[in-house]
Design a protein around this ligand. Structure first.
Ligand SMILES: Nc1ncnc2c1ncn2[C@@H]1O[C@H](COP(=O)(O)OP(=O)(O)O)[C@@H](O)[C@H]1O
Ligand SMILES: [Mg+2]
Length: 248
C-alpha cells in the first residue's frame, strides 16, 4: 500500500467559475506523518482542506484518499471513510456542555458505541474529563481546541485535517496542541495541518509544504526547513520558490 494517503493531482478549484484558487495543485500527505501546509495569506491553504473535505468540488484534477478518487463525495461519506476536519476558529456549541458537544460529534455512530468512544476521548484528554459537565464556552482556548480534536477523534479518523489550531493560544498552549497532534500521528493518525506559527509547527511536523498562489512552491522535511538560516526571510518575504530551486 502506498504511503501517500492523501493526493492532489493537478487540482483546480475555486469559489466561483471565474475565481480559480487552486491552480493545478499537486501535493500529497503521507501515512502517519504530520504534514504542515504553510504559505502567505490567501495562498489557498484553507482551500486545500475544504476541497479535501468536500466543501469545494474540484473543477478538474483528482483528489485521492488511499488511492481512490474522492472528488465530489459528501462530507458525510468522507467522515465515514475516515477523514475528519477541524476548521479554523471556534467550532463548539458554546452554551452546551462539554459532554453534549462530544455527543453531537458522534451522531453518525451506532448509539451503543458512543459511550465507549467518548470514554476513549476522555482518557486521552484528562482535562476535558474534568470539565465534562461545564459549558463549552467556559473552557480555555487550549481546552476548547482539545475538545474539538477529541470530538473529531470519536469517529476514529485515519486522517485529521486541522486549520490553524494555534490561533488565539499562548505559546505554551500552542506547544501543547502541537505535542497532542504529534502523539496522534505517532499512534497512526495522519495529520494535515495549516499553521501560521511556522517555527513551532515545524518542530512537531514531519514535512512542510509551502503553497504560493495555489501551487506547491516547496516540499521539504520539516527539520531541514527549521535548520535553514533563511527561514525567517522565507516566511516574511514569501520567496519560497527561490528556496525550492536552491534546495534542489
Ligand atoms: N468563501 C469564499 N468565497 C470567495 N473567496 C474565498 C472564500 N474563501 C476564501 N476565498 C479566497 O480564496 C483565496 C484563498 O483563500 P484561503 O484558502 O482561505 O487562503 P489561506 O488559507 O492560504 O490564507 C483568498 O483570495 C480568499 O480571499
Ligand atoms: Mg486559511
Amino acid at each position: 500500500m502506498s504511503d501517500r494517503i492523501i493526493e492532489f493531482d493537478k487540482v483546480v478549484a475555486g469559489y466561483s467559475p471565474s475565481l480559480t484558487i487552486l491552480n493545478e495543485t499537486t501535493l500529497d500527505a503521507r501515512r502517519g506523518e504530520i504534514t504542515l501546509l504553510i504559505g502567505p495569506n490567501g495562498a489557498g491553504k484553507s482551500t486545500v482542506l475544504k476541497t479535501l473535505f468536500g466543501i469545494l468540488v474540484p473543477r478538474s484534477g483528482e483528489v485521492r484518499f488511499e488511492g481512490r478518487v474522492i472528488n465530489g463525495r459528501s462530507q458525510r461519506d468522507l467522515l465515514a471513510d475516515g477523514i475528519a476536519f477541524v476548521p479554523q476558529g471556534r467550532n463548539l456549541f458554546g452554551t452546551l456542555s462539554v459532554r453534549h458537544n462530544l455527543e453531537l460529534g458522534g451522531v453518525t455512530l451506532p448509539r451503543r458505541d458512543l459511550p465507549a468512544r467518548i470514554e476513549e476521548v476522555l482518557d486521552r484528554f484528562p482535562r476535558i474529563r474534568e470539565r465534562i459537565d461545564n459549558q463549552a464556552s467556559t473552557l480555555s482556548g487550549g481546552e476548547q481546541k482539545q475538545l474539538e480534536v477529541g470530538r473529531a477523534l470519536l469517529l476514529h479518523p485515519r486522517v485529521l485535517l486541522i486549520d490553524e489550531p494555534s490561533i488565539g493560544l499562548s505559546p505554551k498552549l500552542v506547544a501543547d496542541v502541537m505535542a497532542m497532534l504529534r502523539g496522534l500521528a505517532d499512534a497512526g493518525t495522519t495529520v494535515l495541518m495549516v499553521e501560521q506559527n511556522v517555527r513551532t509547527a515545524l518542530k512537531y511536523s514531519d514535512r512542510a509544504l509551502v503553497l504560493e498562489m495555489g501551487r506547491l512552491a516547496l516540499d521539504r522535511p520539516s527539520s531541514d526547513l527549521l535548520a535553514d538560516p533563511d527561514l525567517n526571510r522565507l516566511f516574511l518575504g514569501g520567496h519560497a520558490a527561490a528556496a525550492s530551486g536552491a534546495a534542489a
